[in-house]
Ligand binder design. Sequence first.
Ligand SMILES: NC(=O)c1ccc[n+]([C@@H]2O[C@H](COP(=O)([O-])OP(=O)(O)OC[C@H]3O[C@@H](n4cnc5c(N)ncnc54)[C@H](O)[C@@H]3O)[C@@H](O)[C@H]2O)c1
Length: 321
Amino acid sequence: MELDDIKKITVIGLGTMGPGLVQAFAQAGYEVTGFDLDPKAADKSIEIIKTNLKTLIEHQLLTSKQAEDTLNAIGLSREIEPALSDADLVMECVSENREIKGKVFEQVAARAGKEALMWSNTSTLDIYGLLPPALEKRSLIAHFFAPPHIIPLVEVVKGPNTPQDLVETSLTLLKKLDKIPIVIQRYLPGFIINRILRNLGREAFFLLDEGYISMEDLDLAVKASIAPRMMVLGLIQRYDFTGLDLSARNLLDKDFFDPPVDNRPKALHERIEKGHLGVKTGQGFFDYQGRDITEINRDRDDYLLKVMKGVGFCLEKKRLV
Ligand SMILES: NC(=O)c1ccc[n+]([C@@H]2O[C@H](COP(=O)([O-])OP(=O)(O)OC[C@H]3O[C@@H](n4cnc5c(N)ncnc54)[C@H](O)[C@@H]3O)[C@@H](O)[C@H]2O)c1
């Protein structure tokens, strides 16, 4: 299927990521259908999209007319069959669970057109081992980042049987959505960014568990140092400015020990035992009680958009060379 053949897109799963994906496709001019097994999630998704659009208008990134057109391009389906039957592209965004995704893939293979493409938003799973044969050459991992209507990166992870023309069509479509796609040549758990985040998390939780620093100071330290520097230099180019010799010495330094390997930091597990799972339960590391989740997300998006406006010029492959 070529880019011009893609007119209708269906998003299956309207939880944390689904609404922003529906919005991103609709903003790019596609006719989008959303489906979730849970009708409450489906209804809530429209409310979330309306709030997101309002924030974009406030930031002058969208006109009222464009927001109206975006909303008009979105439909919800109460049944999965009609949602799949005329989709040219299905974006799978259901819970990160092998069985659930496997069942959805069977439904896509059985109900969507024989040419329809499927993207999976999985963060970690090797979905290529779960695909029915009919979908093997039409499916690709396209991993968006939250909130997907704002964050530009999409990790495109090739499977063992992914045809190059599927990759090319997908990259062109992602660019049409104003995304920055990067291609990962073969599956590895966590792809690129979640592997890096996992290592950052292991170190951060170790520092908290051992009482070296408070969580507030740790966040401030990151925001006041490596975060802006990373925006300009990324991860690798920064080494050129630090000096490769010094960086090599730091890696070899045995006093510079790594965090423990049991991967059960108290900082996380003690909170989980109390039911403090983050914004979704009103309490995580920080306290969000008494505030609606849509309002909290709106505030986050407001800050993100301010930052993205200021640093958007950094989003090129290479700078300062
Ligand atoms: N949350 C994130 O920050 C994030 C970021 C990037 C990628 N992802 C990935 O995106 C996918 C979805 O994550 P999420 O955080 O939005 O999950 P979520 O748990 O918030 O939402 C999943 C939704 O899928 C629905 N669902 C479950 N089974 C279904 C079915 N058979 N048919 C239709 N709907 C079904 C659920 O009702 C729920 O609303 C996962 O693969 C996840 O790894 C999540």
